[in-house]
Design a protein around this ligand. Structure first.
Ligand code: NAD
Ligand code: DAO
Ligand code: ZN
Ligand code: ZN
Length: 369
């Protein structure tokens, strides 16, 4: 079939809207009509050329929601008409990783996904007879896409696609980092570096679990009001601090953060986040993805004296199990997604969504097909 897609032909170039060819689902695969997709910082990172795994030409996008149109042989848990959210972290429920409660990093299709291919080693997308690569196993910047059954969470039918698509990455990553990875306890003091599409969800997760102080750190003063709307109790703009930001945060929190979260992807702020964590027990969670070849550093004594450094992917969530529950949280009014979706646009205007992100004017732009 033909489908309309925004194609990334090369790093650093705008996406081009094309009618591409899409093969139907093979064994264990599902054809999905994508109804809406968010534009995440990670799509921009890959498009910039900074992502070591970035492959071109490809169809980016990993934060979608849609409807099952067709299923391949052997698909057991999904049928035509089901509403689904694609998962860049699948959940096969049988690999060594899925069977270990300490991780959500299912490895069943990891190798081919990293190569921009489906599990059989081929691509379903092509243009003029030449293959286009898949992205993060999702490729939601296409009106139709094919995914393995294990990379789709089935969700309730009454949830709006243009909001729940954000649960496919940003919402789950931010809230999940608090709930699944850090397991923040009520009364904890939390510091969040970067109040974008991820950091604001960390804030709402921290508020949801009953954190005490929730300190937001951002260079963009416009993020203060939104942070406060989501439960931030204190805002720190590093440009307005005299002296050391770490010392300032330690003093503000009365000794350091019980939990800090880095939601920028900057190795300098990763160090600051670790070092503002409380001596003896503070945990710092890296969510941001740093550029290719970058390294983190600190004095080892920071760890010797009881701070710990951790990381999280997709908020530690097991997608097929956890994503439907987060959709319920949204539908029950337990979490706010609507206020974070600042712009919507048709696919033809997707490059404008990237501009808004780079200019710091959007939290989430959502493409509605
Ligand atoms: P974003 O661009 O929306 O937000 C980043 C925020 O950081 C902005 O508000 C910006 O003003 C602020 N900022 C930038 N430099 C700063 C500095 N030096 N000090 C303080 N604030 C600064 O990005 P996002 O969509 O929220 O994504 C954040 C990071 O999370 C990215 O690196 C993204 O790739 C990563 N990410 C990770 C996962 C995961 O599973 N680990 C999932 C999604 C995204
Ligand atoms: O299993 O080796 C692996 C990698 C899993 C990929 C997880 C990616 C998480 C961070 C990228 C940002 C997502 C938008
Ligand atoms: Zn993302
Ligand atoms: Zn698995």
């Amino acid at each position: 079939m033909k489908t309309r897609a925004a194609v990334a032909f090369a790093a650093g170039k705008p996406l081009e809207i094309c009618d591409v060819d899409l093969e139907g689902p093979k064994e264990g695969e599902v054809l999905v009509e994508v109804k809406a997709t968010g534009i995440c910082h990670t799509d921009a990172f890959t498009l910039s050329g900074g992502d070591p795994e970035g492959i071109f030409p490809s169809i980016l996008g990993h934060e979608g929601a849609g409807v099952v149109v067709d299923v391949g042989p052997g698909v057991k848990t999904l049928k035509k008409g089901d509403h689904v959210i694609p998962l860049y972290t699948p959940e096969c429920r049988e690999c060594e990783y899925c069977l270990n409660p300490k991780t959500n990093l299912c490895q069943k299709i990891r190798v081919t996904q990293g190569q921009g291919l489906m599990p059989d080693g081929s691509s379903r997308f092509s243009l003029d007879g030449k293959p286009l690569f898949h992205y993060m196993g999702c490729s939601t910047f296409a009106n139709h896409t094919v995914l393995p059954e294990i990379a789709l969470a089935k969700v309730r039918q009454d949830a709006p696609f243009d909001k729940i698509c954000y649960i496919g990455c940003g919402v789950t990553t931010g809230i999940g980092a608090v709930v699944n990875t850090a397991k923040v306890e009520p009364g904890s003091n939390v510091v969040v570096f970067g109040l974008g599409g991820i950091g604001l969800n960390v804030i709402q997760g921290a508020k949801m679990v009953g954190a005490n102080m929730i300190v937001g750190v951002d260079l963009n003063p416009a993020r203060k009001a939104l942070g406060e709307q989501f439960g931030m109790t204190h805002f720190v703009n590093p440009k307005e601090i005299d002296g050391d930001i770490v010392g300032h945060l330690v003093e503000l929190t009365g000794g350091g953060a019980d939990y800090s979260f880095e939601c920028i992807g900057n190795v300098t702020t990763m160090r600051q986040a670790l070092e503002c964590a409380h001596k003896g027990w503070g945990e710092s969670i890296i969510i941001g993805v740093a550029g290719a070849g970058q390294e983190i550093s600190t004095r080892p004594f920071q760890l010797v004296t009881g701070r710990s450094w951790r990381g999280t992917a997709f908020g530690g969530a097991r997608g097929r199990t956890d994503v439907p529950k987060i959709v319920d949280w949204y539908m029950d009014g337990k979490i706010d997604i609507d206020s974070l979706i600042t712009h919507t646009m048709p696919l033809d205007e997707i490059n404008e969504g990237f501009h808004l992100m780079h200019e710091g004017k959007s939290i989430r732009s959502v493409v509605v097909y």
